[in-house]
Design a protein around this ligand. Structure first.
Ligand code: ACK
Length: 365
């Protein structure tokens, strides 16, 4: 979750992905890029006209009537979940022809349908097509197609059977068992690889909205980043940053970005640190229901992360016995590095990937 926020640098337009009541020069030495693909490598990803975006991506343009059929008329029992942008429905299509099939046959898809209030969110909808239509990597969710018809704006994705990391970390009830240490480290690594791929020299994209609700999980808990509505092309040449309106989700944004509006790859690294801390602690980054002094997880936890003896106060007690002191210390140290106030003191995502690869040992029996 998270809260709406904006910052007085520029006026903020509410959009489906940024602000809603539910949520707000590197070397080319990249191991994660090897398994990823960019359809049009040398082309800047934005800005583009709508026509250019549709042309550049190899996506199916769905007819609204067909999506209605595929989702049983967007019936409430087809709803997978709600986001600030609208609802996500499950549906069925034929694997080869991508035509809507009878529910229960073919392959499952997730259909994100934007709220139809004055086409709010069209820009983010287009950004998602622009980026996910061109960037392909095992740790980015696969966009299959889109639909634009009258006021309708929809996006069609591969179905992710385990939903979002947010649900697994913070979901209540018997449906959600607490995720083990091993699975948390696996998800952290997958998500880090996704970000490292975005940051690499060929993509050079800043994701800008890294949070647990944007990490989706397949049946094997492989993490895939979703929701590219706020993504931006990173700085090129000798530029250190891109300037932007401050958009994102409260509790995840880097402090210098909030103050200056300057976006860098290191702003994503900070958000990664917040998510890693949420995974280690099982606590939301912002929670007004915690005792005073603990509402902001990063502020509260940082002093403990820095102390070998005290990090256990931060770690999720549902994980007890699943990690060694050495693993706990390494993970806490990594989170602390990502959360460094000075962006240049944060690691690059390739180094985060390397550190997490060392934390992948299976659970002890
Ligand atoms: O945590 P969840 O079950 O997983 O609830 C949220 C909700 O929709 C709003 O984002 C779910 N969701 C989003 N995209 C997908 C997808 N591609 N496959 C399955 N569930 C999805 C997400």
């Amino acid at each position: 979750m998270g809260a709406c926020w904006s910052h007085g640098i520029e006026a903020v337009t509410p959009s489906y992905t940024g602000f809603n009541s539910k949520n707000v020069s590197r070397d080319r030495n990249d191991m994660s890029s090897s398994s990823g693909k960019l359809s049009s490598a040398s082309m800047p990803m934005t800005p583009r006209s709508e026509g250019e975006v549709f042309q550049a991506c190899n996506l199916k343009n769905f007819v609204f009537r067909e999506l209605k059929m595929a989702t049983k008329n967007f019936r409430p029992d087809s709803v997978l979940g709600e986001g600030g942008f609208g609802s996500v429905f499950k549906g069925w299509i034929d694997e080869k022809t991508l035509k809507a099939t009878k529910p229960g046959t073919g392959i499952m898809i997730a259909v994100k349908r934007l709220n139809q209030q004055g086409l709010q969110g069209h820009k983010e909808w287009l950004a998602e097509i622009n980026y996910l239509g061109q960037l392909h990597h095992p740790n980015l969710v696969k966009l299959i197609g889109y639909c634009i018809e009258d006021e309708h704006r929809l996006l069609i994705y591969e179905f992710m059977p385990k939903g979002s990391m947010e649900g697994h970390l913070f979901g209540r009830g018997s449906h959600f068992q607490p995720l083990s240490w091993h699975l948390r480290m696996k998800v952290a690594l997958g998500a880090a690889k996704g970000l490292a791929f975005l940051h690499n020299n060929e993509s050079k994209v800043i994701y800008r909205d890294f949070k647990t609700s944007n990490i989706l999980l397949d049946s094997d808990y492989n993490a895939k980043l979703s929701d590219f509505g706020l993504a931006r092309d990173g700085p090129i040449g000798n530029k250190s940053h891109v300037s932007s309106r401050v958009l994102g989700t409260l509790g995840y944004a880097a402090p210098e970005y909030l103050v200056t509006g300057h976006l860098t790859f290191k702003t994503d690294v900070y958000s990664f640190g917040v998510v890693l801390l949420e995974m280690l602690s099982g606590q939301r980054s912002i929670d007004k229901n915690r005792p005073s002094g603990q509402h902001n997880l990063v502020q509260w936890a940082k002093p403990y992360l820095a102390s070998k003896r005290k990090i256990f106060r931060v770690l999720d007690n549902r994980l007890e016995g699943q990690y060694s002191p050495d693993q706990a210390q390494k993970a806490a140290k990594l989170a602390l590095q990502c959360l460094a106030l000075e962006p240049r003191n944060r690691p690059i995502m390739n180094d985060v990937v390397k550190a997490l690869e060392e934390l992948q040992e299976p659970p002890r029996s």
